[in-house]
Ligand binder design. Structure first.
Ligand code: GLA
Length: 400
């Protein structure tokens, strides 16, 4: 992206000042597999995207924080001394949460002026909020002269989401935005936060996200309910003398013996807890298989794993819904598709698809048509390469 127009706009909005203008980019992410495993101490395999949040910023000598976005009328003007009064702002709370997280962990941000430009759809399951949180943490840290590791930036973004915004999400999104690597997926163990990069070798295969355009909000969705069901399942299993730290640490070999324990709850609860646990344990295993399949460019296996993941999220974890199912089914029937599944929290949002480049137009036409017929909604398609994690744009006029 050419940042010059954004910098010009920043100067028109905030005026000239002797302080240096900085530009930061933080990517959104798409999760290739490993869904609803992060808060269960499991593995995930996201890739950072070339869709994300651009932040033009400049420090101020006082303690005021001014926030604007290039496509919104809202303007925020608050003091660094009263951030926690603004947790419920309709816009600007993610940014303020990031500054609050820095303060909470003993970093001292300076006052500053910020202009945001998003190339990522909001509320579509591609982590627009994580990009804002991690990007703001990075921008504020470099303006104040704090050197953060990428892990720390991810953790601070996560702290903002959990404690300031109040969404009990796992660490995946903020880590993907902070630690992404072009041409790679991030294989992250969420229990230990150990990670390694898996090369994508995509060649003529493109990463395509399809938006159901069914609006959803993580804060109001049954996300927290799934999370507590998993906690209940773990507590039930451990009451029988086990000592698992997380659902994902249950070895597959123990699974057979544990199943009756969950089913011994009252029947309906037991059945629900069993389904949730089965998804989590098997999905965690699929992440390992997927990393291996990607390393060997085993496209058949990749397609199977993506389909199994979607079906498990539909039947066992029950977070897909008619729109995501319609998109995934349309993709599975379309020529040139290596694999397709829902991505992110579910309940709406996007699917992730691996599509042969020369079938891209056909894919959009066929999936678009079938989805419209099934739901009456027009989907939106985003084709994006993988990207590096958060960072300062040192030549702010890069064209990419
Ligand atoms: C959302 C959350 C993540 C993760 C996914 C589901 O994106 O923010 O932490 O739990 O849902 O895999």
């Amino acid at each position: 992206m050419d940042c010059r127009p954004l910098i010009d706009q920043f100067i028109r909005r905030y005026g000239e000042s002797p302080e240096t203008i900085r530009v930061v980019y933080a990517p959104g992410r798409v999760n290739l597999i490993g869904e609803h495993t992060d808060y269960n101490g499991g593995r995930v395999l996201p890739a950072a995207l070339r869709l994300g949040t651009w932040i033009v910023c400049r420090p101020r000598p006082d303690r005021r924080i001014l926030l604007q976005a290039d496509d919104l009328p809202d303007q925020v003007d608050v003091s660094l001394d009263e951030l926690d009064q603004y947790k419920s702002l309709p816009w600007g709370n993610y940014q303020l949460g990031a500054l609050w997280a820095l303060q909470t962990e003993g970093y001292e941000p300076t006052g500053g002026e910020y202009l945001y430009h998003d190339t990522l759809p909001h509320g579509a399951g591609l982590s627009s909020s994580a990009a804002i949180e991690v990007g703001t943490v990075w921008a504020a840290a470099i303006m104040a002269g704090h050197l953060l590791t990428r892990e720390k930036a991810g953790r601070l973004g996560h702290l903002a989401e959990n404690r300031f915004i109040g969404v009990q999400c796992g660490i995946m999104d903020q880590f993907a935005s902070a630690l992404g690597k072009k041409g790679h997926a991030l294989h992250l163990d969420c229990a230990t936060q150990d990670h390694r990069y898996v090369p994508l070798h995509l060649q003529d295969i493109r990463l395509v996200m399809v938006n159901t355009n069914r609006k959803r909000s993580l804060a109001t969705a049954p996300y927290n309910e799934r999370r507590s069901q998993c906690e209940e399942a773990l507590a039930t299993i451990n009451r029988w003398g086990h000592n698992y730290a997380h659902l994902c640490t249950i070895p597959e070999t123990d699974w057979g013996q544990l199943e009756p324990l969950l089913r011994e709850n009252d029947q309906t609860t037991g059945q629900v807890l069993w389904k949730r646990t089965k998804h989590v344990v098997e999905e965690n295993q699929r992440v390992l298989s997927m990393a291996d399949a990607l390393e060997h460019s085993d496209w058949n296996r990749i397609g199977q794993l993506m389909r199994q993941s979607h079906e498990s999220l539909r039947d066992l974890y029950e977070v897909t819904g008619p729109e995501l199912d319609a998109l995934a089914e349309a993709a599975w029937q379309t020529e040139g598709v290596v694999g397709a599944r829902m991505t992110g929290a579910g309940f709406g949002g996007c699917t992730v698809n691996l599509v042969n480049e020369n079938q891209l137009e056909h894919f959009m036409e066929a999936v678009g048509r079938q989805y419209r017929q099934a739901t009456g909604i027009c989907p939106t398609f985003y084709v994006s390469d993988s990207a590096d994690g958060v960072g300062e744009v040192s030549q702010p006029c890069l064209s990419w």
